[in-house]
Design a protein around this ligand. Structure first.
Ligand SMILES: Cc1cc2nc3c(=O)[nH]c(=O)nc-3n(C[C@H](O)[C@H](O)[C@H](O)COP(=O)(O)OP(=O)(O)OC[C@H]3O[C@@H](n4cnc5c(N)ncnc54)[C@H](O)[C@@H]3O)c2cc1C
Length: 437
C-alpha cells in the first residue's frame, strides 16, 4: 500500500495514542489468566524487559494444569492434563526432561479390561468394538466437503461405528459426537505421548517467580480508551494492552465482560466454540486391602449409569489411587451432582469391576468438576460442526490492544498445554509488536 499523507497521519495518531496509553498505564501489558498460555506470554514479555502483570482469579497458578494432592502427597493425581501430546514438537518435552519429573512413554503393560453394561465384554463385543473404531477412523480420514459432526461422519446405520464415535468424542474431546466438528478434530496435531507424573506441578514449578496477582478475578475490561482498564476486586489496573487467556467457556458465560462489547468477528469466534466436559474422579485406595487383586486399567464402554463412558486408571505411577476419566454429558451429570455423588458413582464403577473388596479399600475421593468450575466452564474447547474457522478468528487482535490466546486459539495444538503455551508466546510477540518493541 503506498504511503499517503492520510495514512501517515493515521499512523502518527496511532503512535500518539499508544504513547498516551503507556503514559497513563500502571503496567505495559496485563495478562488475564495464569494458565499455561498466560504464564508463557508473561515469561516472554518479561524476558524483553517490558513491564507485565498477570491477574489470576484462583488462589494458585497453572489453570487447568493442576496436580491435586488433597488425597495426600502419595495419592496426588493430575486433575487436568497428564500427557505431553505430539511430544516430538511440544515445548514441554525438553522442559520435562530437564526437570527430571517421573514420566513414561512405555505403552507396554497388561491390556485393559473392557466392560459393557456392568459385565466383562465378550470376545464378540471386543471384535465389534475394534471394527467400529477401524471403520470410524477410515471415515474420519476422508473428510467430507461440508464441515460435519463426528456423529454424521459415523453415518446412520452402523451401531459399532456409533459406539466408537461416542467413545472417541467423549474420552478424547470430552463432548458428544454430534456437537464436534470432524474437520476440526482432523486438523489437531498428533504424535508421541509422554505420560507425566504431575504435569500440573511441573507447569507450576516451571513458571514460579512470575509477577502474578492471584485471587484477582477480572470482571470487566474497558477498551474504549487508548489503553485498557481491568476491573478486579483489588481495584482497576490500567495497561497499554491486555492478553486475555481465560477459557472460551468463561468468555461465553460472560464471566469476563468487555466495554464496549467485542466486535462481531471475535464474538462469532467465541460462539463457534464450546467447552467439552472431560472430568476425573480420584479415589484414594488402601493397597494393603487389595493384595492379590489384578488392578489393571479398565475401559467402561457403557456403564449402568446413563450416558457414562469412562476409563478407569488403576494405581498410576504405582500411587495408591484410582482415577475415573469421563467425558460428554455423563461427565456433565457427575459435575452437576457434586463431589459426594460423583465419588460414590466412581466407587460403584470400581466395585462393579473389581468387587466388594475394592470398594472396601476406598478412602475418600476428589472430583475435578471442570464443567461447573466458574473459571474453566469445561475441560477444553471443541469447534462446533460448521465452525472450523473459529479458532483462527479468535487470534485476530482487537483494536491493537486486546489479544486473545490459549488452547482454544491454538489451531492444531488446541486442547493441550503445549498448544496453549505456544499460543501464549505467539500473543506475546503480537503484543510486543503493537508496543513497537
Ligand atoms: C481433565 C482434563 C484433562 C486434560 N488432559 C490433557 C492432557 O493430557 N494433555 C494436554 O496437553 N492437555 C490436556 N488438557 C487440556 C489442558 O489442560 C489445557 O489445554 C491447558 O491447560 C489450557 O491452558 P490455558 O492457559 O489456555 O487455559 P487455563 O489453564 O484454563 O488458564 C486460564 C486461566 O484463567 C483464569 N481465569 C478464568 N477466568 C478469569 C477471570 N475472570 N479473571 C482472571 N483469571 C481468570 C483461570 O483460573 C485459569 O488459571 C486437559 C484438560 C482437562 C480439564
Amino acid at each position: 500500500m503506498p504511503l499517503t499523507r492520510r495514512s501517515l497521519l493515521t499512523g502518527a495518531a496511532a503512535l500518539t495514542l499508544s504513547g498516551r496509553a503507556r503514559a497513563a498505564s500502571d503496567v505495559e501489558v496485563a495478562v488475564v489468566g495464569a494458565g499455561a498460555a498466560g504464564l508463557a506470554a508473561a515469561a516472554a514479555i518479561r524476558r524483553t524487559g517490558h513491564s507485565v502483570v498477570v491477574l489470576e482469579a484462583r488462589p494458585r497458578i497453572g489453570g487447568r494444569a493442576f496436580t491435586d494432592a488433597a488425597l495426600g502427597p502419595d495419592a496426588a493425581f493430575d486433575a487436568g492434563p497428564q500427557y505431553i501430546h505430539w511430544a516430538e514438537r511440544n515445548p514441554w518435552k525438553p522442559i520435562a526432561l530437564a526437570d527430571g519429573v517421573r514420566r513414561t512413554d512405555d505403552e507396554a503393560g497388561p491390556w485393559p479390561l473392557v466392560f459393557l453394561d456392568g459385565a466383562p465384554a465378550s470376545d464378540a463385543d471386543r471384535l465389534r468394538r475394534r471394527t467400529g473404531f477401524a471403520r470410524l477412523s477410515a471415515a474420519l480420514d476422508h473428510p467430507a466437503a461440508a464441515d460435519r459432526s463426528i456423529r454424521d461422519a459415523a453415518g446412520p446405520d452402523d451401531p459399532a461405528m456409533l459406539t466408537a464415535a461416542q467413545g472417541l468424542a467423549r474420552l478424547s474431546l470430552g463432548e458428544e459426537p454430534e456437537r464436534v466438528s470432524a474437520a476440526d478434530y482432523d486438523q489437531l496435531w498428533s504424535g508421541d505421548d509422554i505420560w507425566v507424573d504431575g504435569y500440573g506441578a511441573l507447569v507450576t514449578r516451571h513458571y514460579a517467580g512470575l509477577p502474578v496477582r492471584t485471587g484477582m478475578p477480572v470482571s470487566r475490561i474497558d477498551w474504549s480508551g487508548p489503553g485498557v482498564a481491568l476491573d478486579t476486586p483489588g481495584g482497576t489496573l490500567r495497561a497499554a494492552l491486555a492478553i486475555v487467556t481465560v477459557p472460551v467457556g468463561v468468555l461465553a458465560a460472560e464471566g469476563l465482560r468487555f466495554a464496549p462489547a467485542l466486535p462481531a468477528e471475535t464474538a462469532g469466534a467465541i460462539e463457534g466454540l464450546r467447552m467439552g466436559a472431560y472430568t476425573k474422579v480420584g479415589l484414594a485406595l488402601d493397597p494393603d486391602r487389595l493384595a492379590g487383586t489384578d488392578l489393571r486399567d479398565a475401559i467402561i464402554v457403557r456403564s449402568g449409569r446413563p450416558g457414562l463412558t469412562a476409563n478407569l486408571e488403576m494405581r498410576p505411577f504405582g500411587r495408591p489411587v484410582a482415577v475415573l476419566h469421563a467425558g460428554g454429558d455423563g461427565a456433565r451429570a457427575l459435575c452437576e451432582a457434586g463431589e459426594d455423588a460423583a465419588v460414590a458413582a466412581a466407587a460403584d464403577e470400581v466395585a462393579a469391576i473389581f468387587g466388594a473388596k475394592a470398594r472396601a479399600a476406598l478412602r475418600g475421593g476428589r472430583l475435578a468438576a471442570w464443567w461447573t468450575d466458574p473459571y474453566a466452564r469445561g475441560s477444553y474447547s471443541i469447534a462446533k460442526p460448521g465452525r472450523l474457522s473459529a479458532r483462527a478468528a479468535l487470534h485476530r487482535p482487537v483494536a491493537g490492544r486486546l489479544f486473545f490466546a490459549g488452547e482454544a486459539a491454538a489451531g492444531g495444538g488446541a486442547m493441550t498445554v503445549g498448544g496453549a503455551t505456544l499460543d501464549g508466546q505467539r500473543a506475546a510477540r503480537a503484543a510486543l509488536a503493537a508496543l513497537g518493541a
